[in-house]
Structures are given as structure tokens and as C-alpha cells.
Design a protein around this ligand. Sequence first.
Ligand code: NDP
Length: 454
Amino acid sequence: MTFDFDLFVIGGGSGGVRCARIAAGHGARVGIAEERLWGGTCVNVGCVPKKLMVMAAEYGAATADAAGFGWTIAAGTHDWARLIANKNAEIARLNGIYRRMLDGAGAQVFEARAQFIDAHTLDVGGRRVTAERIVIATGGRPRPPEFPGGEHCIVSDDAFFLPDRPQRVVIFGGGYIGVEFAGIFAGLGSSVDLVLRQPMPLRGFDDDLRAALAETLTAQGIRLHPGNAISGVSADGADKRVTLSDGTVLVADLVFVAIGRSPNTASLALERAGVAVDGFGAIPVDTEYRSSAAHIYAIGDVTDRLNLTPVATAEGHGLADALFGRGPRRWAFDRVATAVFSSPPLATVGLTEAAAAARRPADIYLTRFTPMRHVLSGRKRPTLMKLVVDQQSQVVLGAHMLGEDAPEIIQGLSIAINCGATKADFDRTVGIHPTAAEEFVTLRTRTRVAEPPA
Ligand code: NDP
């Protein structure tokens, strides 16, 4: 049987675009469908606009910090509408780049929704197309609130297009999005309550990092409600009355729910193609990204594994190389660095203290200090750095940091950790002075030993 395409990609986000572009570059006949905006969540309602908004929020405090350095800068006002318009213009520029990259690579682009008709046939905006292989890269979407009054709340897709900055914000969810937007709104002058069901934000991250983050959020004026949940929201004119499970009532202009994301599989008619999903709607895949139908693959957030843009991009690239190139590039998916763009940001690579000590004794090196800038600015913004070292082999298993430039610093360290560097390798590295990063190579005194639970 001849097919219209060698490969058809459903979804024009980070993973799908990379897969289509690389496969087309290898000479495959490639089609790709996207029903909304090129670049997917990351470019349109995720990483990129979020980081621009984090930068906007940082300016306010930086202006105040300048006083300690001798500047007299009158506190200004922030123009939310201008920020959103400038952000939108940048995103439109990136949408165009993504689209042009696909055209340039020779992929056939469909701006339409795709749905399976059978295992090799898709309905793409009313047109039937056939493909020998199909890649599902449809990502995920914010989970909607499940409590009464959820219709009065927004999710992250909405947060990027608010016409005005809300003055009183309640955020529900202590994960990446909740923490990042708490910093954005607080930095721009809103009063923020962050409701989280765990004792500390960011479950899964190192506990020292989580505790330091909770402190720094509180120092920013963000009120944390740990061990709590929203039990209901009601509208009273423009006011939203938010009732928490401990009985607290908060009144807000905006209630923002960030309780995770769900895979986008419901509208694909996967059952017509024999593609299985798990109970969460995610597509399970093998090590070669194959779904339960051997010629249909899934990459990125739709598989609900490591839901990070660079992982989706790597998977898309690797799959295209494996199918049409000279074989797949091997990525170190077991030690992927990640960052949360809180204020200040935090970043991490490798094992937490708890995960390392669950297996074998680990040497812990920890430092907390006030960075040079804030000695003079007077802002309460300490930096925390931590190394988790396997006691027996002295291999550095994990590096964790909260503080300015943490994502930039941990990105570099992640190379060393992926190369299996030992503590002795860190120790023989000469630092760059004066930087915060040099602390990672001057941690001489072990703070404690973390032992496996008895
Ligand atoms: P996360 O999975 O990071 O966090 C979800 C939060 O909501 C957790 O605190 C979780 O608590 C809580 N939660 C989940 N379900 C419920 C519930 N039913 N009731 C109350 N609380 C609940 O999701 P986000 O929405 O913050 O972000 C989605 C994903 O997007 C991230 O996991 C990440 O993969 C990606 N992302 C990455 C970013 C980056 O790289 N910087 C930035 C933003 C998003 P608990 O811990 O108890 O489960």
C-alpha cells in the first residue's frame, strides 16, 4: 500500500515540530497538523511567556535594590497591558519562526485538528490523509478545578491573557505553575495566597530546597496555606469568596487553579487505531516511543512521563533520527536538570537527599549565604546550594540550588553530573571569583551523612 506520507505528526508543539522537521530533513515525506498555535504550550501558554512575565516581576524589586548601591529611583507603576501586548508580539514572532522552520524543512503543514479514522488514516480538518507511521505529540492541558464554583476560576492558559492585573490572587497548587505565578503576581504588586495540600511546595524536589523556597516565598509577602485545599468558590459581584478545607475564607479578584495537567488524547479517536491509553488518558510507550500500535508513536507530555519541553524536543529528535536517520542519539533521561522560575529561581539535577539515602549512605554538603548583591541591597534573599554525594564511590549524585541564576548554574553542573563526576573532581576545579557558582567547587566540609532508613 502506498501512503500520502511516510510520517504524519499530530501536534505542532516542541516535540512534534522537532520530530517533523528532523524527519523531513532526513528526506521523509512528512505532514504535521496543529489546530491551535505553532510551538504548543511552551511557546504560547507556558515556558516562554512565563519567563517574560517572571522577568517583568523581577524589575520592581531590582529597582528597590538599587538604593543600596547609591541610586535614587522613584518607585514606578507597572503597565500590565503593555507587558501583555509586548509578550504577545514576541510570541507571534516565535509562532512565525516555528511555522517557517517546518516549511523550510519541506514538511506539509496542516492548520487543522487531526483525528484517527483507522490505524493508517487520519481526518485532518475534513481531509483524509494516510501515513505509514504516525506520531502523537498532542501534549497536555491544565486540569480543571473539581470543587464547587470551579467556573469562577482560571487555569494557566487564561493567566497569560488577563486584561488587567488582579490585586488579590488566590493560587491553588504547590507545583511548578503555582509557585511561578505566585512570584509573578507578588512581584508585580498583587497580594497572593498560595494554597497547597503538602506541608511544603514542590513535592519531589529536595526538602532543603523546598524549605528554603517556602521561606523566600513568605519573605516576598506570599501567604502560604500548607496542608490545605480549596473546598469551594462563590462569586459575590466581582469578589470571589474562597473557602479552604480548614475553614479559612479568602476574598480574591482572581482564583487560579494549577493542580497539574492531563494528556490531550480525548478527541483523537485512538480506539479506531488500536492505541491504548492508561487510566489518566496518557499513551504508554516502549523505549522506542511505540504505542500499543507498532507504527504509531507518542512523544512528550501526552505520554505523561517527564513533562518538560527539552525532553519532548529530545524525544522528537531521537525518534526522527531512529526512523529516518542514522539511528537515535542517546539522551540521559535519568538525570534531567529542571528549574522552577520562582523568585529567586531554583534548579536541580540528579537525586535528592531522600532518594539517595533510600539506597546507601550519602555525604551531604550544604551552604546558605547572602549573595553579594543582597549584602548591599538589604533584600532578604539567601542562596542555598547543596551536593548529594554517594559515600562509597564519592560520585556526585545530585546538585540543588535556590538563588539567582540557579538554572544557568545547574545547567552547567548537569554536564559534570551526567559525566559521573566525583566530589574530588569538583574539589580540583578552580572557581571563578567572585561568583555564587564557585561555592559548588569550594564545599570542603561535609554537613552531615544521610543514612538509609533503619
Ligand atoms: P505540578 O504537577 O507541578 O503540580 C501540581 C500541584 O497541584 C502539586 O502541588 C499537587 O500536589 C497539586 N495537586 C494535584 N492534584 C490536586 C488536587 N486534586 N487537589 C489539590 N492539589 C492538587 O503541576 P503544575 O500544574 O504546576 O504544572 C504542570 C506541569 O507542567 C509540571 O509538572 C511540569 O511538568 C510542567 N511545567 C514545567 C515548568 C518548568 O519547567 N519550569 C513550569 C511550569 C510547568 P501534590 O504534590 O500533593 O500532588
